[in-house]
Ligand binder design. Structure first.
Ligand code: ATP
Ligand code: MG
Length: 553
């Protein structure tokens, strides 16, 4: 590790940095971390926190971070998930180089470790059923009862364990258990099961195995095999740490990985468990794992979030041991900050009503030059057609205006963005009283760029020329779930989480490619949908609105 690095980092970072710095001052000379997803679903933004932490620490301290699929449970795992997880990590901007590992490739070594434990008198084959074991487990305040099979001889244990492996016994009929302490105050230490029988086909090893290691046994082994120095996981594993250490110490590994726990990311009014999302996907309640309303990384990507914004978010929320819930506004702040300086600003009308300029010559069109960004000249300018009939937002006209309304209302003058001042003269309504046309007159002297200074107006509104307008479907989102105390998990699906409107856009958006991003002036940041947007049928997703309720410290 370089000295300059060490100096820079001396006083920075969270509690994990402090631990690592201390360890690197001692015996340890290089850092090795890992990100260990279980391939049973798509990654979500909580995983991003763990990815940024593990890959980030390795990069900062001159170490390396492995990608390891923790695929020891065949039931719900699949190669679809293995592939999507790799895509998502690359997209986030991290690289495991040649260090891609699969826990399932260690099944042979894990089996050998189990045999070693048996030989040391530290593990035994138990014939109790799950129910019997549960009964004998004791409680937090009373010790458990030892299994009647606990004192089998090493030879008998070796024989039975081999026969478990050979498929002689039925699922659930026997287990291999660590022999630790049935009266330990820590329930995880009460002779935990470390191998179970499961006649299942594994996505990588097929039918080679019918016994599978339990997480608490497999994970420390995986870490030890790979020479992981700091095994960073979430708080729910804190009580499992004594067992983690027991496995590592009883098997005498030279480099002993050290488990460190941190608090999970929780987001306000968001459910991110894979199980919950998987159910929404499988029952068709969302448009796949990449539905823009989900906080999966693929959903967030399709929603238009950038990898930079997610990495900044993870930096900003920090790492600690205290559970907390992060405000969604903080995530939105990060994407706005990232998009603001580099995203072209154009005009789109999401809820259109016609504006007719009665004194503008009929049949005439002029081209106005409008800058693509108010502060970033490098984004250039564009020509925007303007004529007698325009679309404006329905909400930009009020026949009877509320207080402080500075947009169109009879007698009021406003600026049309990049064009002229117009004065509203009235409106036309249908039989139901709905406004169908707004009318106005314009003042040719006020053309944008002519530096007109005689009068000022308080409002500027955006518009799209009717004759050249481009149609698009625009998806507007609200939270996928809303709090509901009467439901089991405290939430119910929000029926209004997706609203699709027919919008009119400037003609320059005609050739939009999927994933192109724009600010639609006053309406927010939008991205062309990666799944459904084509040249023939434009589809945009709102990434985020423009207003923020979040203030960084
Ligand atoms: P979920 O319960 O949401 O499906 P998981 O913990 O089962 O998540 P894994 O694939 O086992 O998912 O997790 C891989 C890594 O990501 C683990 O180290 C886990 O601790 C970490 N992780 C999972 N969820 C979060 C979260 N919300 N915040 C931070 N880290 C997380
Ligand atoms: Mg899991």
């Amino acid at each position: 590790m370089g000295n300059s690095n060490e100096n820079n980092l001396e006083n920075t970072g969270n509690f994990i940095h402090s631990i690592i710095r201390e360890d690197l001052k001692g015996e340890l000379n290089s850092l090795r971390t890992r990100f260990p997803p279980e391939p049973n679903g798509y990654l979500h933004i909580g995983h991003a926190k763990s990815i940024c932490l593990n890959f980030g620490l390795a990069a900062q301290y001159g170490g390396k971070c492995n990608l390891r699929f923790d695929d020891t449970n065949p039931a719900k795992e699949s190669t679809e998930f293995v592939n999507s997880i790799q895509n998502d990590i690359k997209w986030l901007g991290f690289d495991w180089e040649d260090r891609l590992y699969f826990a399932s490739s260690y099944f042979g070594r894990m089996y050998e470790c189990a045999i070693e434990l048996i030989k040391k008198g530290k593990a035994f084959v138990c014939d109790m059923t799950a129910e019997e074991m549960h009964q004998a487990r004791g409680t937090l305040t009373t010790p458990g009862t030892e299994s009647p099979w606990r004192n089998r001889s090493v030879e008998e244990n070796l024989d039975l364990f081999e026969r478990m492996k050979n498929g002689e016994f039925e699922d659930g009929s026997r287990t291999l258990r660590a022999k630790i302490d049935m009266s330990s105050p820590n329930m995880n230490m009460r002779d935990p099961v470390i191998y179970r029988i499961a006649h299942m086909t594994h996505h990588a090893t097929g039918d080679e195995w019918c016994i599978y290691p339990m997480y608490d046994f497999a994970h420390p082994l995986e870490d030890a095999f790979e020479g992981i120095t700091h095994s960073i996981c979430t708080m729910e594993f804190e009580d499992h740490r004594p067992l983690y250490d027991w496995v590592v110490n009883t098997l005498d590994f030279k480099v002993k990985p050290r488990q460190i726990e941190f608090a999970k990311l929780n987001l306000e009014n968001t459910i991110m468990g894979k199980r919950y999302m998987r159910n929404l996907v499988e029952t068709g309640q969302v448009d796949g794992w990449d539905d823009p309303r989900l906080v999966t990384l693929s959903g967030i990507r399709r929603r238009g979030y950038t990898p930079e914004s997610i990495r900044n978010f993870c930096d900003m929320i920090g790492v600690s041991k205290a559970n907390s819930v992060v405000d969604l506004a903080q995530l939105e702040y990060c994407i706005r900050e990232d998009l603001k300086p580099k995203t072209p600003v154009v005009m789109a009308v999401l809820d259109p009503v016609k504006l007719i300029i009665d004194n503008y010559p009929e049949g005439e069109t002029e081209m106005l030059t409008i800058e693509n960004h108010p502060d970033n000249e490098s984004l250039g300018k564009r020509e925007v057609p303007f004529s007698r009939e325009l679309y404006i937002e329905r909400s930009d006209f009020e026949e009877i205006p509320p207080k402080k309304f500075f947009r169109l209302t009879p007698g009021m003058e406003v600026r049309l963005k990049g064009a002229y001042f117009v004065t509203c003269t009235g409106c036309v309504k249908d039989d139901n009283g709905n406004v169908t046309e707004v009318h106005c007159t314009y003042d040719p002297a006020t053309r944008s760029g002519l530096n007109f200074t005689e009068r000022k107006v308080k409002g500027t509104i955006h518009w799209v020329n009717v004759a050249t307008a481009v149609k698009a479907d625009v998806n507007l989102y609200e939270n996928l779930v809303v709090p509901d105390e009467s439901s089991e998990n405290g939430y119910r699906l929000n029926p209004d989480s997706l609203k699709t409107v027919q919008a009119y856009l400037e003609p320059c958006l005609k050739d939009t490619d999927p994933m192109d991003r724009f600010q639609f002036i006053r309406n927010g940041y939008f991205v062309a949908d990666s799944k459904h947007c084509t040249k023939e049928h434009l589809v945009f997703n709102r990434i985020v609105s423009l207003k923020s309720s979040f203030k960084p410290h």
